[in-house]
Design a binder for this molecule. Structure first.
Ligand code: ADP
Ligand code: ZN
Length: 623
């Protein structure tokens, strides 16, 4: 089919179908490029608005007679809701996956083969089956294969944090359907992963669209771990009572424990990890998406593709593997643009654990080296005493200035000069190694420096070392901070294969010689007592979207929410798929009397106006 200008204007589709007035950030050029048949690689942070970048071209191209867009997505458990959201907007969409029975599958395939479906969602392992490919062949022959959208494209890369080998087979799309445009999208964008995606998916010719990765409404806070669960409880009580949130833990056991502790404290917490039955996992995910104020305690098995807009906080009780993972996970907070928190507790033990996992993995040395580098970058973020956001964005290659919305900007930490302590620690490690011929762990080294005559000190005769007791003025917490910092900057390593002993490195020398200054955050004994940022509108039912409404407006808003919950239940979809809170708040504020009054409110497209307009007016008329 010749490439002609599309007949439906993207801008018009944005308004008519989705009810939005303007494209956001780089959406407009992306949509134009893909609608015109160009290949694209889109790097945009979570919540940036990636879906419209392929949905609008799919609709435009379908209207121009080009047929079906195939959306490759790894998220079978979410396809139902994704497709449901499109149906609500009046778009012909469907999915093919194992949750359909034979008849349903045949029905979808028939409609697809007729070129009727605008967006067809399928997992990569389905897309690359001979059966599916032969169906695509048939579409292609009739000029009804419009576009491929490859979502979560970082899954193709082993450097990403969600590697899915099935993604590798997607090169067949390019090879077999060379003339069909492709758009790949991801929220992961460090340079290495990006290059890998381009190579693996053969997107060398594709235009790259890299957005700013900033998420200004998210406040980053990283605290030193003491009793992490208690710290988390306080954080939730102080700032997020009744809010929806996600708490990430490293292990399944921790997930279960923490979920229980939160429940005991009165929070509505659910566990999620790969050890749970698939049905239980799906149930908990549905509850999280459909009910309000649920705290999901999870391993990183949870979260990809979760588009719940009103997650108010993401907490890490254990340190993730790298900044990409941290950024992707924290990005799940505050997609609606309202204030949200990313909170993490970390400690020396996290560093040791992560190191061990890398060292003990069966991967090759080159891979391990990359992983260690990535861990170190995250560590130095955690140890930083300057703006977290500047560092985060810097990691993704973006320059910025202090943000005013991270812990270090809001409460600049006291900084102390740990150079002397660092030198004393390193020379103790050196001397112990010299004298005993073996290395020791952090606890013993600190004991020597602080002059504690422990059993071990006596046993190895370390009381006679020249550094014994010369650091008695330092607290253990201070020394731990110094050790973490030294590990973070590569001046010291932890040998996980030898009982987590501390080893000097090339980088130790500069510190020992006093050439490198070691500046540290003052260890804060209690997390800074900051004031809650916002008044809750109603206990247990906060809604930043409705914060500015007057009393009648609030009542209207509450009634609209109750109505929405009803509709969502009937349609078996999350409430935000019907209307976002922000849309309901805008309706409540406008107090509409006619259908015209509803026009132009963000989030009300023509299909929703037709389907729900009169109901909304009826609900509002009661006030
Ligand atoms: P991503 O996939 O990049 O994480 P989504 O596509 O889920 O982000 O979009 C995030 C939210 O922003 C969604 O609720 C979406 O409806 C909304 N959104 C996207 N683009 C626009 C726009 N141009 N105007 C208003 N809202 C938008
Ligand atoms: Zn900052």
């Amino acid at each position: 089919m010749p490439s002609t200008a599309s007949s439906a204007e993207p801008q018009q589709i944005l308004q008519e179908v989705f009810g939005y007035t303007a494209f956001r950030g780089p959406q407009a050029p992306i949509v134009d490029h893909v609608t015109a048949g160009g290949d694209a690689l889109v790097l945009m942070p979570t919540g940036g608005g990636k879906s419209l970048c392929y949905q609008i071209p799919a609709i435009a191209r379908q209207r121009a007679g080009r047929g079906v867009t195939v959306v490759v997505s790894p998220l079978i458990a979410l396809m139902h809701d994704q497709v449901g959201a499109l149906h609500e907007a009046g778009v012909d969409a469907a999915f093919l996956n194992s949750t359909l029975d034979w008849e349903q599958t045949q029905d979808v395939e028939r409609r697809m083969l007729r070129g009727e479906i605008t967006l067809l969602y399928a997992a990569p392992e389905r897309v690359t089956t001979p059966r599916f490919l032969s169906q695509l062949d048939s579409l292609q022959e009739r000029g009804k294969l419009s576009l491929f959208a490859i979502d979560e494209a970082h899954c193709v890369s082993q450097w990403g944090h969600d590697f899915r080998p099935e993604y590798r087979a997607l090169t067949v799309l390019h090879e077999r359907y060379a003339g069909v445009p492709r758009i790949a999208l991801t929220a992961t964008a460090d340079a290495l992963t990006r290059a890998d995606i381009v190579e693996r998916l053969q997107l060398e010719e594709a235009r790259q669209f890299v957005s700013s990765f900033d998420r200004p409404n998210i406040r980053y806070t990283i605290v030193e771990k003491k009793d992490a669960t208690t710290q988390l409880l306080r954080f939730i009580e102080r700032e997020h009572e009744g809010d929806a949130g996600v708490v990430y833990c490293q292990s399944r056991r921790r997930v279960e424990e923490v979920a229980q502790t939160l429940r005991d404290a009165g929070a509505n917490a659910l566990p999620y990890h790969a050890g749970l039955d698939a049905a239980v996992r799906q149930k908990h995910q549905d509850q999280f998406l459909r009910e309000e104020g649920i705290v999901m305690v999870a391993t990183i098995a949870f979260g990809m593709g979760i588009d719940k807009p009103d997650v108010r906080f993401v907490a890490h009780l254990d340190m993730p593997k790298n900044i990409e993972g941290y950024y992707q996970e924290t990005g799940r907070a505050g997609r609606d643009g309202a204030p949200a928190d990313a909170w993490m507790a970390y400690g020396l033990q996290d560093v040791v654990n992560q190191r061990r996992m890398i060292d003990e993995s069966p991967a090759g040395e080159e891979f391990k080296q990359v992983m260690r580098g990535k861990l170190d970058a995250l560590l130095s973020l955690a140890e930083a005493s300057d703006c977290r956001r500047v560092r985060l964005l810097g990691y993704f290659g973006e320059k910025s200035s202090p943000c005013g919305n991270c812990d270090n900007c809001v409460n600049p930490p006291q900084v102390w000069d740990g150079t002397d302590a660092a030198r004393k620690l390193l020379s103790t490690i050196y001397r112990v190694q010299q004298q005993s011929g073996i290395s020791f762990g952090a606890g013993h080294i600190m004991d020597i420096l602080r002059g504690k005559t422990t059993e071990k000190v006596t046993q190895f005769g370390h009381g006679s070392l020249s550094t014994f007791g010369i650091g008695s003025e330092f607290s253990e917490a201070q020394l731990r901070g110094v050790l973490r910092q030294l590990i973070a900057t590569g001046a010291l390593t932890v040998d996980a294969q030898a009982y987590n002993t501390l080893q000097l490195t090339e980088g130790s020398r500069a510190v020992l010689k006093g050439e490198t200054q070691v500046l540290l955050r003052e260890s804060v004994s209690s997390p800074a007592e900051r004031k809650p940022r916002r008044e809750k509108t109603a206990r247990g039912a906060p809604s930043p979207a409705a914060a500015t409404l007057d009393a009648t407006g609030q009542a209207r808003f509450a009634a609209l929410k109750a109505w929405r919950a009803e509709v969502a239940r009937e349609h078996n979809l999350p409430a935000y798929v019907i209307f976002h809170d922000a849309t309901l708040a805008a309706i409540a504020e406008r107090a509409p009397a006619t259908l015209e009054d509803l026009q132009g409110i963000s989030g009300i497209g023509s299909k929703k106006l037709e389907a729900y307009g009169s109901d909304v007016l009826r609900v509002c008329a009661a006030f």
